[in-house]
Design a protein around this ligand. Sequence first.
Ligand code: SIN
Length: 486
Amino acid sequence: MSLELLRRKDLFRQDAFWGGAWKPGNPDLKIEVLNPATLGILGRVPSLGQKETLEAIQISVHAFRDWSARPAKERSILIRTWSDLMKKNREDLAILMTLEQGKPLNESRAEIDYAASFLEWFSEEGKRVYGDLIPSHRRDTRIEVIKEAVGVCGILTPWNFPSSMITRKAGAALAAGCTVIGKPSELTPFSALALAVLAQEAGIPEGVFQVLTGYPEEIANTLIDSSDVRKISFTGSTRVGKLIMERSAKTLKRLSLELGGNAPFLVFDDADLEEAVKGAILSKFRNAGQTCVCANRFLVQKGIYQDFISLFSESVLKLKVGNGLEKDTAIGPLISEMAVQKVESHIQDAIDRGGKLQLGGNRLESGKLFFSPTIISEISEDSLSMREEVFGPVAPIYQFKTMEEGIEIANSTPSGLASYAFTKDYRKMQFIAENLQAGMVGINEGLISTEQVPFGGLKESGFGREGSKYGIHEYLNVKYVCIGGF
Ligand code: SIN
């Protein structure tokens, strides 16, 4: 069962897409893309570099002149058509995603819906980019404020959400009038290329949306160093985000950085236990724990600690790990051997520091990258998994006594992306929401991602907001115009 499942075989492209054409690149420089469930080769894509990136930038500069000058409604219709085509081809796009990324097919379907929703959302938002008329300081002048597209944008996207991270950025950029050069992860390029097929089919003009495949460094550095590229939007690790920011200083580029998280998941004594466990499963094990907003640290108050561990363990035991194409799979493989090794090192470190392995902790025989969902109780505060993002199906559980202590521990890391808390007390909810240092807070809710909300972090989790009414402003410049002579 694999690529034969696709109804539209043309959605599987092994070329890159730039300058309005599909090009194979240098035949001697190819990247093999593996299916993480079977470790079989799914296909090959061009390994492009500086030369092709410079070419794509010039094409993008040229395309920007026409695209940014079009009426917003004209752009909107094309972006909306792109979204509709995604919905129409949902099943094929989902299968492709599961094949290259590993997540269960149901999660891939949900991601395609999520990805298409950003295109739909921004096709609407693009029509509502209003300026201002400001009462003037003089009789003979008039003051206006207009919003203009930033220009050519480079978008650097990760493997964990191969479609939605692209549309969340590209939808906003295109609606604002910008042109986009996308660089997907070399681990999951096929979802991005399928999006390019549909963008072309939707009538998005040549050079407006291009996809370059390859290893990150050369393409990203060329985009960052070019003064023709006016904005970089990146989703990925804090380490790489800092390098991008440093390098962007040379051309003072606008940046949006959606970086690593280390989300606390607080369960207070007065929480609804079943709801908390439901939220914990969703938040921790979606995408095998490979999301930036995943619960990374479970902080559970003393009075509910044992009950939470019992019910959580009972529920986790029911999660089937396997190939994402199989019907009842709840957790797919991890993305790579390196990812599995990181998970193993976090677990070993936790045990070495006194943590108690409640469940899991091992690779599974069904496949090299399959890992059992793991729960570790009595975790010590200095464990690696309390300080760093594990990016895998591991749930370390720490016990706290008072609300103040819980919040203090929750805030004790340099990250500030998402955070979660479960309580039935309304006053506590508000206090917690205002005191957690995170860009996003889920109260009695483990899944908070949707297109209407401003997605983004604080502290070392980066800056900029994606989705929502705020997302499009990341791709707009504010220009003040003073007209004299009245
Ligand atoms: C991410 O992990 O970066 C994105 C997750 C989401 O949008 O829910």
